[in-house]
Design a protein around this ligand. Structure first.
Ligand code: HEM
Length: 492
């Protein structure tokens, strides 16, 4: 090779190649900034504020930062470092960063104030990839007055003291029986056992369906539907979404038959209001209109989905964390024994539960530490300005609630399980485990009650020990020990 050719190739290698790599690396930034310039022209202050986007990096063409996200969540198993690395690189600033995730231009929000700003604003509605799975007429998909109407009823039915008092009595027998059966087995995978128990309770509370063939069918259909909610939107035989939609149609058919059966009973004069489905059928607005059958069915399905996996995961984490914190477990046991004894062997009442102050702190700390919901997803309905930066219309907005719960600024020693921290009020909005704003969890008190009842029965009668205390943790789709928290479970 002559000198001229060598120079040419060296120039290419040391000049063009790095340039090309830089262009690829910054491709999405260049592309989306150019699109915004075209959309708004060169004026700095067209509606929505300046052109400045929050700091960040939108990554590779098409992929954006998705591989980086997956690396931190799936391979490195250090999910918090995804955001921490941004904080280190760009500073904390306004608490927002730009990115490109799961195929969409994205703004990530990660401080109490910026999260609240997004979650409280009507400019950032919730958009599901496949709304049919939760139900197009469910509270999760409803907006405005329809959302407020359904929400107020559901909150009445599952979250207020009167309803909780009744529900507490429904929970005790199932929990007591399940724990007894675990101790007979000796070794259990806590996640799957708690899931079975929580599903039983949920079916009982919401639709009064007891174990039997119909219950088994529902279990199968719900287990098939749930994974579809976050599945890749590919719908052909063999994909998770295709199967989920098939199971969802079966759920609709089962619950529609149930609604029709109840309507027939009502027309024959048998009107009783014993569960959530009856309650939904009873809703009447100012004009005397009731929910349609589709609305009742969609809300029942979505509430079961919203309620039972979340309680299962958090309760699993509570048992896991307690097994690693003997002193906390001891204090918890003492408090529950005191109340348990006073109730003279009968299951504790809702009033007793409200006296379990330390237990309430353990439940709250479990919810914070478990972080079963890492982030909430919204879409910008229009251009929005936040502290001088633009959130462009149509962009995905990810509210990273997990980053608050693991930040020493809001919780001292955040990675430790310290229920006592709940003895004093948390820093404003530092805790968003149930979300914030108009869509804050409609079942948060029900969730707390269910976890409390499980812990109460567990500490009164049983001891447990993790079989694999160092099992790896998986973080997607939700945090969980990889072995499902296998433990030896025995009567005290
Ligand atoms: C520890 C357990 C639970 C956790 C951590 C949890 C967490 C959350 C979070 C973070 C949201 C906000 C979603 C968003 O803004 O996009 C939410 C909403 C919701 N949750 Fe829960 N949840 C739990 C248990 C339950 C239970 C037991 C129910 C059953 C009734 C329930 C029903 C709902 C409903 C209906 C919404 C939507 C509210 C609306 O759109 O107005 N959740 N939950």
């Amino acid at each position: 090779m002559d000198t001229a050719t060598l120079c040419w190739y060296s120039g290419l290698l040391f000049g063009l190649l790095p340039l090309l790599l830089q262009i690829i690396w910054h491709w999405n930034d260049l592309l989306f900034l150019a699109k915004l310039k075209l959309r708004y022209g060169l004026s700095e202050n067209s509606n929505g504020g300046g052109h400045r986007l929050p700091p960040g990096q939108m990554g590779l063409p098409f992929l954006g930062e998705t591989l980086r996200f997956l690396w931190y969540f799936k391979i490195a198993r250090r999910p918090d470092d995804f955001i921490n690395s941004k904080k280190q690189k760009y500073g904390e600033g306004i608490g927002m960063y730009r990115s490109h995730l799961f195929g969409k231009p994205t703004i990530i929000s990660c401080t109490p104030a910026s999260n609240k700003f997004v979650l409280q604003s009507p400019d950032f509605p919730l958009k599901w990839i496949t709304p049919e799975l939760l139900g197009v007429k469910s509270m999760f998909n409803a907006e405005g007055t329809q959302h407020a109407r359904i929400r107020s009823f559901v909150v009445d039915a599952v979250n207020r003291p009167d309803s909780l008092r009744r529900i507490a009595n429904v929970l005790h027998p199932t929990v007591a029986a399940a724990l007894c059966s675990w101790s007979e087995k000796g070794t259990i995978a806590a996640y799957s056992e708690i899931k079975k128990m929580t599903f039983k309770n949920t079916c009982k509370m919401f639709v009064s369906i007891e174990p039997g063939p119909l219950f088994e069918a529902l279990d199968k259909y719900f287990n098939g539907t749930t994974p579809g909610i976050r599945a890749y939107p590919l719908n052909f035989p063999g994909t998770a979404l295709h199967y989920a939609l098939k199971c969802r149609r079966k759920l609709t058919a089962v619950f529609r038959r149930e609604v029709e059966r109840r309507r027939k009973g009502r027309s024959e004069g048998n009107h009783e209001s014993k569960d959530l489905m009856d309650g939904l059928m009873d809703i009447e607005d100012e004009e005397g209109k009731h929910l349609s059958d589709d609305e009742v069915v969609d809300n029942i399905v979505s509430l079961v989905i919203g309620g039972y996996e979340s309680v299962t995961l958090t309760s699993t984490w509570a048992l896991y964390l307690l097994s690693k914190s003997p002193q906390v477990l001891q204090k918890l046991r003492e408090e529950n024994m005191a109340v348990g004894k006073r109730a003279n062997g009968d299951p504790i009442t809702f009033e007793d539960i409200s006296k379990l102050k330390y237990t309430a702190m353990v439940v709250e700390e479990s919810i914070r530490k478990a972080n079963i919901v890492s982030l909430l997803c919204r879409v910008a309905k229009k251009d929005v300005e936040y502290k001088g930066f633009r959130i462009p219309k149509g962009w995905q907005v990810l509210v990273w609630i997990r980053s608050l719960h693991t930040d020493p600024k809001y919780f001292d020693d955040p990675m430790s399980f310290v229920p006592e921290r709940w003895d004093v009020p948390v820093k404003p909005s530092g805790y968003q485990g149930f979300g914030a704003g108009p869509r804050i969890c409609a079942g948060n008190m029900l969730a707390r009650l269910q976890i409390t009842v499980i812990l109460h029965h567990a500490v009164l009668g049983y001891k447990w020990k993790l079989v694999n205390p160092d099992a790896k943790i998986k973080y997607l789709p939700h945090p969980l020990p990889c072995d499902g928290a296998v433990m030896d479970f025995a009567a005290l």
